[in-house]
Ligand binder design. Structure first.
Ligand SMILES: Cc1ncc(COP(=O)(O)O)c(C=O)c1O
Length: 385
């Protein structure tokens, strides 16, 4: 019989929209969180060299020592934080690292606090471990940045973990260092552990990235190569675990994942060691696209009410259009050939929104904007009647 856990796992709407859009001709993709840049050449060359050198066997379950050292050096360089490479566990993307963190922390019935909106997959990770979800509401009026007082109201003696994500998917909101530090103190007082998803670090246009490791060692950090180095399909990420959890996480990783691909780990070393210029270039490009899109969304008659500071998403409010967010997504896909993700997937506070991704070229964004305006002014559809 299919397990209750499997039954309760919901589909990932962005992937559903993508699959539907892929069956259609001439669609502009603003639904997926996938960078449109090529992987840095140094990483590709390093992978090819590693394959030629026969680096195709298993590695240590924690990952190659040289990659863990390169990750530790990155924390030192970027944040001035000293991280023992022994606390770093390399994974096939940050998604398995999320599963490892929840597996190591959460017992059935434990409470996990998420913000709402949140990354669509988080609730399903919590469900895999039998945890209960509590949410901290965010609003566009605050730029979708969580307030410490809002977490304070939600945290309870049953809270095992609270998850923060900055820059955030789907809002693009960036958490400032003081707030992150205060959340760490709050979690400490409540006996809860902070899980910090830092996968969009590096793609920040307003404010600065702060790793939770600047404030504590007793937090889980999840990070990876997918977003900042345009390496989604390489499947490479990492976790920094609190000292007391390293062995437990590693035991789960040894049994369930064995290790991340050997030659891909060599590509990771090259990306970290030579990727700063690449990252600076893509960051400037994303910033320009964001500025274009923020104005365009207003022209489409949707309201935003905030400026996203990072990642490559924004939430556009479609309450002024007839129908709900699913109707709006259908309308723009069918009538304009522009794919965007309905907000409800990201929580009830994104219910009236579409998530728009600007991980697409300036030309495509301009074309998408023209098509959307044309559809809004010329097409009459049942969905929008
Ligand atoms: C907030 C967030 N965390 C984690 C992931 C997973 O990324 P990956 O497994 O490719 O590292 C994503 C992907 O979209 C994301 O948006």
């Amino acid at each position: 019989m299919v397990s209750e856990r499997a039954n309760r796992t919901t589909p990932f709407a962005a992937m559903d929209v993508l699959e539907r859009a892929n069956r259609m001709d001439d669609v502009i993709h603003l639904e997926v969180g996938e960078p449109d840049f090529e992987t840095p050449t140094a990483a590709t060359e390093a992978a090819i060299a590693a394959l030629r050198a026969g680096e195709t066997g298993y590695t240590s379950s924690k990952g190659k020592p040289e990659l863990r050292r390169a990750i530790a050096a990155y924390y030192d360089r970027r944040y001035g934080v000293d991280v023992d490479p022994e606390r770093i566990i390399v994974t096939s993307g940050s998604s398995p690292a999320l599963l490892l963190a929840f597996s190591a922390l959460v017992d059935p019935g434990d409470e996990v606090v998420l913000t709402d909106p949140h990354y669509a997959c988080y609730p399903n990770f919590v469900r895999q471990t039998g945890g209960r979800i509590a949410t901290v509401p965010l609003s566009a009026d605050d730029g979708f940045r969580p307030r410490v007082s809002a977490f304070e109201r939600v945290l309870s003696p049953e809270t095992e973990a609270l998850l923060v994500n900055s820059p955030a998917n789907p809002t693009g909101a960036v958490l400032d260092g003081d707030t992150l530090g205060e959340l760490v103190e709050l979690a400490d007082r409540a006996g809860a552990t902070v899980i910090s998803d830092e996968v969009y670090h590096g793609l920040t246009y307003e404010g600065e990235d702060h790793t939770v490791l600047e404030y504590t060692d007793d937090a889980f950090v999840l990070d990876g190569f997918s977003k900042r180095f345009s390496m989604t399909g390489w499947r490479l990420g990492w976790m920094v675990a609190p000292p007391d959890y390293v062995d437990h996480v590693n035991r789960i990783a040894q049994n369930t994942l064995i290790c991340a691909p050997n030659f891909v780990q060599s590509a990771g070393v090259a990306a970290l060691e030579s990727g700063d210029d690449f990252l600076a270039g893509v960051r400037d490009t994303y910033r320009e696209r964001r500025d274009f899109l923020v104005d365009a969304v207003e022209d489409w008659g949707m309201s935003m009410g905030y400026t996203p500071g990072g990642a490559y998403y924004l939430l556009a409010d479609v309450s002024d259009l007839p129908g709900d967010a699913f109707d709006a997504a259908d309308f723009f896909l069918e009538e304009a050939g522009v794919a965007m993700t309905p907000g409800p997937d990201f929580g009830s506070n994104a219910e009236n929104c579409l998530r728009v991704s600007y991980a697409n070229s300036a030309e495509k964004l301009a074309e998408a904007s023209d098509r959307i305006q044309r559809a809004l002014t010329t097409v009459e559809t049942p969905a929008l009647d």
